[in-house]
Design a protein around this ligand. Structure first.
Ligand code: BGC
Length: 417
């Protein structure tokens, strides 16, 4: 081999060893979501890795888990997958996740993440997943022009919401753009439950799955409030995807959307500004309370050294301040790392972090059941179905709905997950 070729090979070798393929399972397909993910893709491409999207369409990740299970069972896991909450522990318990603890020690993740978030991403004390953000689900998004035109203020209770809704209707606008999908119903319901029952009720019912708390008069009241909101839903959207509902608010076709702060990514992508064009506020009755939803990317155990190195680079990048800032500016969430400065962020993000801390102090920082943070996928599935059926059965009374929910959730928690 001539000297020139040898030199060339040596020079290229590090690249050859470390360039891996990153096949990443996710469901970030809306405009704002895709833009946020591009931040990570280009960071990885710059390091020489090949990025391959493994997209499972479906907001809220409804279909993603099933696809992941399928691939893992076939012995062909992706490099990385977006998984959340107790699912992280489940995959780790089964022995499929890469241990990220060495990297975590080097980068001092313990000092940078709120303890609650760190806990979600650890299994037996060791990090097995990387948190990209902190989403809050109990938000409402308001078209400011409509609110100003009807002369209303941001409602802070459900009674005020109804008064405002009537004014909005009187001016000929639709009130709440809402996608008719079970996970979107659940996103609204969990915030109503928090408002009506308070944090302790929420924790006992949806985190601890205590049957007498689920099967209770308080839960009947939650259903009653859910029913009162339903007539204000506008569901005649071009499709039932959540971002179509956001689009209706952006275009001034409806005044509100009840949705997590990934919706903000759509407003921003459309060039709208928080405070000037749209308002973010806690759902009625949930001021200073925080339902969290943390997206994490876990790395699956793989044999190939180059892919393992790529996984380390991916985890390393995710936990960098730079990524956490740029990604979350586009995603609508706040950084999982609390040491990332929010000076480039808008008032919604600042409010989010402020209320995160207040809620943390008051026992009102709670995992979202609608987004897979509070309980097993099996219980969540029963929760979804009970709510969706209720909204689609106008004759069903609130008490009956409550009993069905309790039974379904109990069945879900006994079923093998
Ligand atoms: C995820 C978000 C995503 C949203 C809509 C949520 O469950 O945590 O990252 O943007 O669903 O798909």
């Amino acid at each position: 081999m001539n000297k020139f070729v040898v030199t060339l090979l040596l020079a290229w070798q590090p690249w050859l060893v470390s360039a891996g393929e990153l096949e990443v399972l996710h469901y970030w397909t809306s405009g704002g979501e895709a833009e946020a993910l591009n931040v990570l893709k280009s960071m990885m491409k710059k390091q020489g890795h090949v990025w391959k999207d493994f997209v499972v369409v479906g907001g809220g990740g409804e279909s993603a888990n099933a696809e992941l299970r399928q691939r893992v069972v076939q012995g062909d896991p992706p490099t990385s997958a977006m998984i959340k909450g107790p699912d992280i522990q489940r995959w780790a318990r089964l022995g499929f996740l890469q241990d990220l603890d060495q990297l975590a020690q080097r980068q001092k993740w313990d000092d940078k993440l709120p303890s609650l978030i760190a806990e979600v991403t650890r299994f037996h004390g060791q990090y097995v997943s990387t948190p990209v953000n902190i989403h809050r689900t109990n938000w409402m998004w308001i078209n400011k022009k409509i609110l100003d035109e009807v002369g209303a203020k941001v409602p802070t209770t459900w009674d005020e919401f109804e008064q405002t809704a009537k004014k909005i209707q009187a001016h000929g606008y639709a009130v709440v753009a809402h996608g008719d999908q079970a996970w979107q119903d659940a996103t609204v319901f969990e915030s109503i439950a928090l408002a009506v029952g308070g944090p302790e009720f929420y924790r006992k019912a949806f985190v601890e799955n205590e049957y007498p708390v689920i099967k209770s008069d308080t839960m009947t009241k939650v259903f009653a409030q859910f029913r009162r909101v339903q007539p204000y839903f506008k569901t005649d959207l071009p499709s039932q995807d959540w971002n179509m509902a956001t689009d209706a608010v952006i275009k001034g076709e409806a005044a509100f959307q009840f949705m997590g702060d990934w919706a903000k990514g759509e407003f921003e992508k459309a060039g709208l500004k928080a405070g000037r064009d749209f308002i973010c506020a806690a759902m009625p009755g949930t001021h200073n309370q925080f339902l969290y939803n943390v997206d994490t990317l876990a790395m699956f155990k793989l044999g190939n050294k180059a892919d393992q190195a790529a996984q380390q680079d991916l985890a390393n990048a995710i936990m960098s301040q730079e990524f956490q800032e740029v990604f979350n500016l586009k995603k609508g969430s706040i950084p999982a790392r609390m040491d990332v400065d929010l000076s480039k962020f808008d008032d919604c993000a600042r409010l989010s972090r402020k209320e995160f801390h207040i809620a943390e102090q008051n026992g009102a920082l709670l995992p979202s059941i609608a987004h897979g943070m509070a309980t097993t996928a099996r219980v969540q599935e029963e929760f979804y179905s009970a709510l969706h059926d209720f909204l689609h059965s106008p004759e069903m009374n609130d008490r009956k709905a409550m009993v069905i929910l309790a039974k379904r959730m109990r069945y879900g928690s006994y079923a093998i997950n």
